[in-house]
Design a protein. Structure first.
Length: 148
């Protein structure tokens, strides 16, 4: 299965404590059955789209979703997600991380490719949000408990 992930980063290609839609750019990695390979960078041209009307604009969220879907992305990786998480969950697996450096996260993600594949294959209506913290991959369920 082809898995592409979009990492929400700043211009220095580091994760920041910002909502996914507020990233400067997205690094798009693809799993090639034994490692993640950077295939492209996409500048977030929607970063300030419709924000003067409403923070967390649905128009902005939909524009970013469509841009990343057109690139074949299946999972989004960020330190934070905003109120458009409901839009995100319908199209992607959102993964919350605590790392600063994307290159340090890749070996950890490699350990959890099967869990990501299973989540993609078992999606019925919406993906659950996942967290990678201290090297552990957990899925958030609605009552804010965690399960591995």
């Amino acid at each position: 299965m082809q898995i592409r992930l979009a990492f929400a980063v700043n211009l220095a290609s580091q994760f920041e404590a910002k909502h996914f839609g507020d990233a400067d750019k997205y690094l798009i990695f693809e799993w090639n059955n034994h490692e993640f390979v950077l295939i492209t960078e996409k500048i977030n041209r929607y970063k300030n789209y419709d924000e003067n009307k409403e923070h967390g604009s649905q128009k902005k969220g939909s524009a970013i979703v469509n841009m990343l879907k057109d690139s074949g992305v299946k999972a989004l990786v960020s330190k934070q997600f905003g109120k458009n998480i409901q839009i995100v969950n319908r199209h992607f697996i959102p993964i919350i991380i605590y790392n600063e450096n994307p290159m340090e996260l890749l070996p950890v993600l490699k350990d959890y490719v099967k869990k990501i594949e299973n989540a993609l294959n078992n999606n019925h209506e919406a993906f659950k949000t996942c967290i990678i913290k201290n090297g552990e991959f957990k899925t958030i369920i609605k009552n804010n408990n965690f399960m591995g």
